[in-house]
Write a protein that binds this ligand. Structure first.
Ligand code: 3PZ
Ligand code: ZN
Length: 324
């Protein structure tokens, strides 16, 4: 079966051409301002700035981009309604409102915008079913749910929208193939998957991460529910979940490590649920597994979902959902 792909030429670059990319991006803005391409891409200018500036920032070169000129441009693009346009004279839209907020975050200059106006604009675009329109013309797309929740997260105002309804709508956009589309029933697309998973994480990730990190007690041990005693096996249930959420660092590693080590039986070996109890294979596994998740140099790294050593998972070449 012929699969659609490309062939990498022999002369294709093999090293990362960082200096070239810096030149490319820094000179891009300096092209003649009235040339045709520049005019025809005016409708996405704010996003263009976000793409270039973030790329420069990744290369540690943001300071060479004209900060004052860009901050002035962003201010010129804010509308009385609070929404931000891609360029002066264009209609405001969620896409460019997010790009502008991201640019200001890069420069730590969020306060040059009227935050309350942005909050009003973004929250005003949420529909009764929880979805978000991109602008006043009403196009609905899960991309805009992400833009809205990301914007509000940056200004710490997720309270301004109905987050549960937003989540409810996004889950309706999940397809039988595990992917997400722009509206219920739309075909799965990687871009929409990024937006939907990102939205779910923004909406519920911190809440869940906080509940999990609240499991840690002064002893360093983790319990399974509030008001319960710590137990080594929760080192796994809680840590593996936080690891999946990308919030493993929300638990004090050293404190937990000292708890697990205190649960070891120095005579017989093995780890128990709590210091002084009888060790057993169950808690020995989950104590070591917790230490492995924190990257203990003496232990093989463990997969947070499969609870098996990564080399085993890699050898099997399996994904979390078998495709065949
Ligand atoms: C106390 O004797 C027991 C009691 C129950 C069981 S069990 O039902 O098979 N099982 C597995 C388990 C195995 C061992 C070992 N070796 C020890 C305990 C333990 N528990 C009990 C436990 C652990 N932390 C606190 N509690 C009370 C969990 C339980 C249920 C479970 C199974 C699989 C995965 C997760 C949880 C086995 C022995
Ligand atoms: Zn236990």
């Amino acid at each position: 079966m012929l699969i659609k792909d490309v062939v990498l030429g022999e002369d294709a670059p093999k090293a990362l051409l960082l200096e070239k990319h810096k030149e490319f991006l820094l000179s891009y803005g300096k092209k003649s301002h009235m040339d045709y391409e520049h005019k025809m891409t005016e409708y996405l200018r704010m996003s263009g700035y976000y793409w270039g500036l973030t790329a420069l920032s990744l290369m540690g070169d943001l300071e060479h981009a004209g900060k004052e000129e860009i901050l002035n441009f962003v201010q010129e693009c804010q509308n009385p309604c609070g929404g931000i346009s891609p360029a002066p004279g264009h209609d405001p839209h969620l896409l460019y409102t997010l790009s502008a907020v991201q640019i200001l975050c890069l420069y730590d200059a969020l306060d040059i915008l009227d935050k309350e106006a942005i909050v009003k604009y973004v929250s005003g675009l949420q529909q009764d079913d929880g979805s978000f329109a991109g602008d006043k013309w009403g196009e609905i797309d899960t991309r805009f749910s992400f833009c809205a929740l990301a914007c509000l997260s940056f200004v710490k105002r997720l309270d301004a929208v109905n987050v549960d309804k937003a989540v409810e709508y996004i889950l309706q956009c999940m397809n039988f193939d595990g992917g997400f589309g722009c509206r219920p029933g739309s075909e799965s697309h990687a871009g929409q998957i990024y937006c939907c998973l990102g939205s779910l994480d923004l909406a519920k990730g911190d809440l869940l991460g906080w509940w999990l990190s609240e499991r840690q007690l002064p002893s360093g041990g983790l319990n399974g529910r509030p008001e319960k005693l710590p137990d080594v096996c929760y080192s796994w249930w809680v840590l593996a979940s936080l690891s999946m959420l990308g919030r493993l660092h929300w638990i004090d590693h050293d404190l937990l490590r000292s708890f697990i080590l205190a649960c070891q039986d120095s005579e017989t070996g093995g780890i128990s649920d709590r210091p002084g109890d009888i060790p057993d294979p169950f808690h020995t596994l989950f104590g070591l597994a917790g230490l492995s998740l924190f990257g203990d140099e003496h232990l093989v790294p463990i997969h947070p979902v499969f609870c098996l050593p990564y080399p085993v998972i890699d050898r099997l070449g399996i994904q979390t959902q078998s495709l065949h």
